[in-house]
Design a protein around this ligand. Structure first.
Ligand code: PLP
Length: 389
């Protein structure tokens, strides 16, 4: 059914048409139910049809859907204030996606580099990690440290990016007075669910600051409680100057945010960067509900517990086809012998949505509110997939 409509076939979408959902359970057009271990690729953090979110959005739709950034909205002002308190940052630019949040961060870094020229030379280089992923715009593709995203057909790409090896202390030598910023993910999502060593990340942050550059963290996938703390940079012991957020930030209403503090606080001035839809009152309303639900110690502890339950259960299966399982909170990667797309298709046919992160890696990013029962049902289907393929 998918790919037969008029939507551009850029996604190679699977054969399922969903119409509704509740919690971490989805229903397709034929009424068949699925356990959702994808949550719109880490977006529906409150699951589907969350009563508080639906109620708040219904109320907001009647009040105001959009207002130009010539002005402010009450929702925009309130959400910005609450988000900055939650993250201990000083300012925020609202966009509509993760790539846009990173584009804002990149522009901010480049301007910072111009304002802080060393020995008469402007700092223009942004350092990112190999195996990283930062978005699909031409510049964020170039920031991404994976060759497969640098197809010649889309060239030329903007200059000024270097990719270093994560968890390698020799990599830090690249930091010199040509660098305006370092941008990392705390757990690389699209690159295969790769964890970053906390000590190395802290050394990278220190070396970045010592060389006079900004330390920026792409929390598009890891932020908003996904890894068991509100920001993943918290458990890595990092204090970034710039943080990009998107995905779960508004539980499914499109939104991205570039947050800044420290030396990055006063870089942007009026006219530097803008967006027509950015900070839309509907998205900000959803963001406020997400903040109030997710950013509590009990909720975040439950995310960690649920993630451990999944990892421990899979380890107990002791299946030889499982090569490695790793993750943090409800961001989990499982390296398997089988083709990940084949397992993904089998699971879908049997009522479970899973994601992939490479040819042989299955990725789980369930809604953060997933129940123990939904986890058990989903894992039973996953076990059958691994033992039948
Ligand atoms: C770490 C990271 N950064 C940026 C992006 C791009 O986000 P979007 O697809 O909302 O533009 C993604 C998307 O998967 C991501 O995982």
């Amino acid at each position: 059914m998918a790919n037969k409509g008029n939507i551009a076939n850029n996604y190679g979408s699977l054969d399922a048409v969903f119409v509704s959902g509740k919690g971490a359970t989805l229903k397709d057009i034929k009424g068949k139910q699925y356990v959702d271990f994808v949550s719109g690729i880490g977006v529906n953090c409150l699951g589907h049809n969350h009563p508080k979110l639906v109620k708040a959005l219904k109320k907001q739709v009647k009040k105001q859907i959009h207002i130009s950034n010539y002005y402010n909205s009450d929702m925009g002002l309130a959400f910005a204030k609450e988000l900055l308190i939650a993250t201990d940052m000083k300012g925020v630019f609202f966009g509509n996606s993760g790539a846009e949040a990173n584009e804002a961060a990149i522009k901010l870094a480049r301007k910072f580099g111009s304002m802080n020229a060393t020995n008469g030379k402007e700092r223009k280089t942004i350092v990112t990690l190999q195996k990283s992923f930062h978005g699909r715009t031409v510049t964020t593709l170039r920031a991404t440290g994976q060759d497969k995203f640098h197809a010649e057909s889309f060239a030329p790409y903007p200059e000024g990016f270097k990719h270093i090896v994560a968890n390698d202390y020799d990599s830090l030598k690249v930091l010199d007075d040509s660098v305006c910023a370092v941008l990392i993910e705390c757990v690389q999502g699209e690159g295969g669910v790769n964890l970053i060593d906390a000590k190395w990340a802290q050394a990278l942050q220190k070396a970045t600051h010592d060389c006079g550059a900004l330390f920026m963290v792409d929390e598009v996938q890891t932020g908003i409680g996904r890894t068991g703390t509100f920001l993943a940079s918290e458990w890595l012991g990092l204090k970034p100057d710039v943080i990009s957020l998107a995905k779960g930030i508004a539980a499914g209403i499109p939104m991205g945010a570039c947050l800044f503090g420290g030396k990055a606080t006063d870089v942007f001035v009026a006219g530097d960067h803008q967006s027509t839809f950015g900070g839309n009152p509907i998205a900000c309303c959803a963001g406020r509900v997400v903040l109030s639900e997710v950013n509590t110690p009990q909720f975040l502890a439950r995310v960690s517990d649920a993630g451990e339950k999944i990892i421990n259960t899979i380890k107990e299966w002791d299946l030889s086809c499982i090569k490695e399982i790793r993750g943090k909170g409800l961001m989990i990667g499982i390296d398997i012998e089988q083709s990940a797309p084949d397992v993904q298709k089998w699971c879908l046919a049997h009522g479970l949505c899973v994601s992939t992160a490479g040819a042989n890696t299955i990725r789980f990013l369930p809604p953060l509110i997933i129940t123990n029962n939904e986890i058990e049902v989903g894992l039973r289907i996953f076990y059958s997939a691994l033992t039948n393929i």
